[in-house]
Design a protein around this ligand. Structure first.
Ligand code: NDP
Length: 506
């Protein structure tokens, strides 16, 4: 395939980041075609919601079948557009399939109508709540996990009853096309509109999607772009989910299994060439096991190679190479040391694993998302100190704890949306768990029951079953009713206050 020329301004090409070869050429969607896509999605709304949970589950099940049977084919496209090893591509696809299955099969249980207790004051009412689809969902995705990450929004939005318009990263449009084509194969030809469509382009196409009147926008990408997305969506009060960057910490306690911790830390830090939002970027180790841990991590890091056929692929986004280099340089300039890798590990396309020690906490290698195969290791005197340092940053996406006795306790004290104890990144593969962050890592949740609810609105209905003993919502309410109401409220809640007072006095 040849490269585009200057006259091809309305097209973009996706490249193999390992070789620079052109993988595909795609027409760019401008604001008008984004608006048209949203209009087509809107035509599908009544049909898709009308299918109900069972009908949607059936079609999503057919799609799951196609994804599963052709996993190898899709992995090829992911491999070509991101450069990641085929096995890693297959891993993210397999986990995305697991999420699709969970979302489709749990939607009714999570979102379906449920009776609620009306309370004594309104005991004559029957109360129900259900979670209804919002309409059309816009999804903007990144390139690092071009199947797993956007599918965390797409699968849950569809299962909740919403058609989707998806803008993949300009680096991975082919993956997006493959996913949408696979769903189109199993949607009946008679279905109106379009259930899952792609809009392709750069930032402007994403910005157009924010302004195209979607009913919610699910964004996954950097914190900086997340702010722009939120600002654009604010113009029309379009709600957003922001799944942004991270600077995840891994804590190693004095009683941890050091070999397991080092193995997990190496994988968490270096896999996917470190281009993982929930990748391990900082490690805090109890001083009693610091030397032993560092020795094991060093050995593990030396066994990992970034190469065209290594365990690590190239940097998918060429400009990320400069960010990684600058973080390593900053760490070394401030007194840090590279015990594995270092500036020489940063090549033109590939970066070798780098382990940095003695890095001050205000270095960019500790404060900013590096998104490369580098990690800092810091000695701490206690796990309290480790928790404080881990929580000091502006991000709060994921985290990891290795500890024999205090895992769950330390996990709860870490200010991050998700924590794995004695393994790494496992929370992302558990479909029933919500995924998302706090602080600069964003807000809202994908995955699990929260992820289904994210693409709905709560619909509350109060139905009067029998006439009330006291009619409170009428201008005909009299003094007798007011007195009876006050007596009832006092009977229900007055005692609690007195008990509270007595407790305070005691
Ligand atoms: P970017 O923020 O650069 O891009 C994300 C998406 O937004 C891309 O599709 C991009 O298009 C699009 N975009 C760019 N500008 C705009 C705009 N003004 N309006 C609307 N959309 C726009 O992120 P990356 O693709 O570089 O992904 C890496 C980042 O994603 C990292 O920070 C990583 O931590 C984060 N991430 C977070 C995850 C999470 O779940 N929290 C999971 C995975 C990644 P284009 O690519 O065409 O420029």
């Amino acid at each position: 395939m040849t490269h585009l020329t200057e006259s091809d301004v309305d097209k973009l090409e996706s490249l193999n980041p390992a070789t620079g070869d052109v993988v595909g050429v795609h027409a760019i969607d401008d604001a008008a075609s984004v608006a048209a896509a949203v209009a087509r999605a809107r035509e599908a709304v009544d049909w898709w919601t009308g299918l109900g949970f069972d009908g949607r589950k059936h079609i999503l099940g057919l799609w799951r079948g196609v994804l599963t049977r052709r996993m190898g084919q899709l992995a090829d496209v992911v491999h070509q557009e991101t450069g990641k090893p085929h096995g890693d591509a297959q891993l993210e696809i397999g986990l995305a399939i697991e999420h699709l299955a969970w979302a489709a099969s749990h939607a009714e249980k999570v979102l379906g109508r449920k009776r609620k207790a009306p309370g004594l004051l309104l005991a004559n009412q029957a109360a129900t709540v259900e979670y209804l689809p919002l309409g059309v969902i816009g999804v903007i995705g990144p390139w690092n996990y071009p199947v797993f990450t956007p599918m965390g929004s797409i699968a849950y939005a569809l299962a909740a009853g919403n058609p989707v318009v998806f803008k993949p990263s300009e680096l991975t449009p082919g993956v997006g096309v493959w996913l949408a084509d696979a769903l189109a194969e199993v949607v009946p030809a008679s279905a109106p509109g379009a259930l899952l469509q792609l809009v392709i382009g750069r930032g402007e196409t994403g910005a157009a999607l924010c302004r195209a009147g979607v009913d919610k926008l699910a964004f996954t990408g950097s914190t900086a772009t997340g702010k722009q997305v939120m600002a654009a969506c604010a113009e029309s009060l379009t709600p957003v989910v922001i799944e942004a960057g991270g600077k995840d910490a891994l804590l190693v306690d004095a009683d941890a299994d050091i070999t397991a911790a080092a193995d997990a830390a190496a994988w968490g830090a270096f896999s996917n060439a470190g281009q993982t939002c929930i990748g391990v970027e900082r490690i805090y180790v109890h001083e009693r096991v610091y030397d032993a841990f560092l020795a094991e991590l060093t050995a593990a890091a030396k066994g990992v190679r970034a190469d065209i056929d290594g365990q690590l692929g190239p940097m998918t986004l060429p400009s990320q190479v400069d960010v990684v280099r600058s973080h390593i340089d900053d760490a070394l300039a401030r007194g840090g040391r590279a015990v594995v890798g270092g500036p020489g590990a940063v090549g033109e396309r590939f970066i070798q694993p780098t382990v940095l020690v003695d890095v001050p906490e205000d270095s960019t290698a500790i404060t900013e998302e590096t998104f490369g195969p580098t990690v800092t290791v810091t000695r701490v005197g206690s796990m309290d100190e480790a928790v404080d340092l881990a929580n000091a940053g502006k991000y709060g996406l994921g985290s990891t704890v290795f500890s024999a006795k205090r895992g769950p306790e330390l996990a709860r004290r870490l200010r991050s949306g998700m924590t794995s104890v004695n393994s790494v990144i496992s929370f992302a593969g558990i479909a029933s768990l919500p995924f998302g962050g706090v602080g600069d890592s964003g807000f809202g949740r994908i995955h699990g029951a929260d992820g289904l609810k994210e693409f709905t609105f709560a619909k509350a209905v109060a139905r009067q079953r029998i006439k009330p003993v006291m009619n409170l919502t009428t201008f005909g309410r009299d003094a007798k009713t007011d007195t009876a109401f006050a007596t009832l409220v006092t009977a229900l809640h007055g005692r609690a206050t007195q008990l509270g007072k007595r407790k305070r006095r005691g």
